[in-house]
Design a protein around this ligand. Structure first.
Ligand SMILES: [Zn+2]
Ligand SMILES: [Zn+2]
Length: 130
């Protein structure tokens, strides 16, 4: 269903047809995407910061392109969701991935410890009954 909305970019009232912004801003964004595409094609590895600085396209536009899959992100570094470090794959950098793995391991170890305590407790009770 189409409805009137305020454009998040320029604030003007427009008819929402699934673009998330008014036609004028959408046109601008399409042009900017073209610029970003060309930039990425010409640069093997680049970060979002570099793209923003060199093309003048807003960071949120570049991020939106990457997140929506309109940019092949293999060559473009984007921030780790946890610490903001440059990454090329997944959602977290190596450091945060390792940190996460460690935490999972710790949780698993703690769970095991609790189970062990449970078992010794049961054995103690059982021993008392005899
Ligand atoms: Zn607009
Ligand atoms: Zn990180």
């Amino acid at each position: 269903m189409n409805k009137l909305k305020n454009c998040p970019e320029c604030g003007k009232l427009y008819l929402e047809v699934g673009q998330g912004m008014c036609p004028a801003c959408y046109d601008i964004e399409l042009e900017q995407e073209q610029v970003v595409h060309t930039y990425i094609r010409d640069h093997d590895k680049c970060s979002i910061k570099q793209i923003v600085e060199d093309t003048g396209v807003k960071e949120k536009v570049v991020l939106r392109m990457i997140k929506s899959g309109r940019v092949v992100s293999d060559n473009v570094a984007y921030p780790c969701e946890n610490c903001g470090a440059d990454i090329y794959l997944g959602r977290l950098c190596d450091k945060c991935n390792q940190e996460l793995a460690k935490q999972v391991e710790k949780l698993a170890a703690e769970k095991k410890k609790i189970q062990n305590v449970d078992r010794s407790h049961t054995m103690y009770n059982a021993g008392r009954e005899f």
